[in-house]
Design a protein around this ligand. Structure first.
Ligand code: ADP
Ligand code: MG
Length: 589
């Protein structure tokens, strides 16, 4: 779809309030993500990303998209200024990656930001140091972010080595490149071209070019499937391409990679039985859902989404995958040239839609299968090595993302709560503390040295307690849902419980109404509430059975679900903040 240029406007207070807060810029990779998103949204056909010193010294993203006018440049770095929506209802027909109008503002707050842009080159405008002056640029925009966190020494201290930050930037670059296969994308590090992705013809081509798997291209397939209100493409490795973990299962929804455990599971269910000995497939799911049926407004970095037709999508994905592997295996077991379609009929998907492409002839297949077996052995050795390597890099990466949500709130709340009586002179922008932060260990504890004593903080229990206290202190703050949750009760008794507790539920931040007998619509949840419809049912109906501690129960389960878990590897800033807050609890530890 051709992206049209639109001028930037400032969102009204009411609209801004309906939009969940965006994430705080935490590291260079967050900048890279936001800038690539903007270039894609501007309809670019070429995007170049250049980083220096892991992106800490400089990040430049240039595109040949629609560009910005002088007026746009004048306001683009204010908060809630966007060309992508005008009101919250526009989220229901959104086809852009951005919508909050916050990214440039938050980047500018922590770096030197310069934007050169033109609506029609070579006459262009350049925004630098809050003033716009004439410049030259042929087409599109070039956004340069220098000296990230230069005035925020403590946050800078928590960045890792440039190599690590560069690896994070590269990972984001790849995640953005995968679904947008038709865009030419190049990635430069210290001036050297590290990855060139020309415009590709298909998702499969792009996935293979970007991921650089060792297996032959012939062992990968692209499948298209359509459902009611959604469709998806799957790029799948054949059963001969095996990995020892789920790290190569990617899920994208409307061009964004999301952490959707359920859909990763759906792929695994489908592949079950075809990957013996704990093996996993390589799979990329690119799901397209009508914008009105999916809500990204629930996560600061849009890494989680809520679907209206979740069950159908789940079912379609797992049966498509199962069907594919069944077909492949059955056809390779049959000692005949022709593939017999009846073997897979029971799965209920029309043959022609699901057939893996290409369908090659049997002799070719036998030859391939032989070489696959041979390759496979070599690969599993090489693969293990690579996986271990990936483990280090990616593990931290996903954990960071996972906790970003919490971390942001921590950070914001922190600056509010920061108590002046602390005499430790931490840099301004950072929580002050009178202890020495030692770090996280065993994936479960945080160690801190204070007054010559060693404190060991249980991360889950402490985080749960902190969230619990915060929830109690902020009763009633809620997040509106674009697509309301629905719960169906099982008996009149349950309805009565809800009715009786309506006031308390409202106090907690739920917006709930009875649509008809036995059907309740929940259009807002407490701000830190996490979970799915089932959890909601548990919280509202089952907790309702114990009227005594109704509020307490919901707060406690909300806190438990939102808290980091044992075994989570914590971002150091997050762990540090947790320690600061642990000591500030009314009855610490
Ligand atoms: N590379 C770009 N090309 C054209 N316009 C851009 C670019 N980057 C940012 N903009 C404009 O600046 C606005 C603000 O950007 P941003 O702060 O990222 O918010 P959002 O993307 O949520 O709208 C965008 O809505 C867009 O109009
Ligand atoms: Mg943006």
């Amino acid at each position: 779809m051709k992206k049209q240029y639109k001028a930037i406007i400032k969102l009204s207070k009411e609209t801004a309030a309906k939009i969940a807060a965006g994430e705080v810029i935490e590291r260079p990779a967050s900048v890279v993500r936001e800038l690539i998103d903007n270039a894609i949204d501007a309809g670019a056909s070429k995007i170049f990303v250049e980083i220096e010193q892991g992106g800490i010294a400089s990040i430049r993203v240039s595109d040949d998209g629609n560009g910005m006018s002088k007026e746009d440049l004048e306001i683009c770095t204010q908060t809630h200024t966007t060309s992508k929506i005008k009101n919250a209802e526009d989220l229901l027909s959104l086809n852009s990656l951005g919508f909050r109008g916050e990214a440039l503002a938050s980047i500018q707050a922590v770096s030197n930001l310069e934007i050169t842009s033109t609506r029609e080159g070579p006459a262009a405008w350049k925004l630098a140091l809050n003033s716009v002056s004439p410049a030259r640029y042929n087409k599109g925009s070039s956004v340069e972010v220098k000296n990230l966190f230069a005035n925020f020494p403590a946050r800078k201290k928590f960045l890792k080595r440039p190599q690590y930050e560069a690896a994070q930037c590269r990972q984001i670059f790849i995640e953005k490149a995968l679904p947008h296969f038709e865009i030419e994308m190049r990635y430069f590090v210290e001036g050297a071209n590290r990855l060139i992705l020309p415009a590709h013809n298909s998702l499969k081509e792009r996935c293979l070019a970007a991921m650089q798997f060792k297996e032959e291209e012939k062992l990968f397939y692209q499948i298209e499937q359509e459902g009611d209100g959604f469709n998806f493409s799957l790029v799948l490795g054949s059963p001969a391409v095996v990995r020892s973990d789920k790290r190569n299962i990617y899920v994208f929804v409307n061009g964004r990679r999301i952490n959707e455990y359920g859909l990763i599971q759906a792929i695994n269910y489908g592949a079950e039985g075809y990957f013996p000995n704990g093996g996993f497939p390589i799979a990329f799911l690119f799901l397209e859902v009508a914008p009105s049926r999916v809500d990204f407004n629930i996560h600061p970095a849009k890494k989680e989404a809520k679907f209206e037709d979740y069950k159908e999508i789940h079912r379609a994905v797992s049966s498509t995958v199962a069907h594919f592997y069944k077909q492949k295996t059955v056809s390779s077991l049959l000692k005949k040239d022709e593939f017999d379609p009846t073997f897979t009929e029971s799965l209920g998907f029309p043959q022609d839609e699901i057939a893996a492409k290409p369908v090659y002839d049997w002799s070719e297949k036998t030859r391939l299968y032989d070489s696959m077996l041979k390759n496979n052995f070599a690969q599993s050795v090489a693969g293990d090595f690579k996986n271990n390597y990936d483990k280090e890099g990616n593990n931290n990466f996903s954990q960071n993302n996972f906790h970003r949500n919490n971390h942001d709130n921590e950070w914001n709340n922190f600056s509010r709560n920061n108590s002046p009586q602390n005499n430790f002179s931490a840099p301004q922008d950072f929580p002050q503390a009178d202890f020495k932060f030692l770090g996280q260990f065993c994936g479960t504890f945080i160690a801190v040295e204070k007054n010559d004593a060693l404190y060991i903080i249980d991360q889950h229990a402490t985080h749960e307690r902190i969230i619990f206290e915060e929830l109690k202190a902020n009763l009633g703050s809620s997040q509106e849902l674009l697509i309301p949750y629905k719960i169906e009760t099982e008996s009149e008794k349950e309805d009565k419980h809800i009715r009786k507790n309506l006031d308390d539920l409202k106090k907690l931040g739920f917006n709930i109404r009875e649509e008809k007998k036995g059907l309740w619509i929940i259009s807002a949840v407490p701000i830190r509430w996490k979970g799915c419809e089932k959890d909601l049912y548990k919280d509202i109906v089952e907790a309702g059975k114990n009227p005594e501690g109704f509020m307490h129960n919901i707060l406690a389960t909300t806190a438990c679900r939102a808290a980091c878990k044992d075994g989570d590897i914590l971002d150091p800033i997050f762990a540090y903040n947790l320690a600061v807050k642990a000591f500030a609890l009314p009855e610490p530890l």
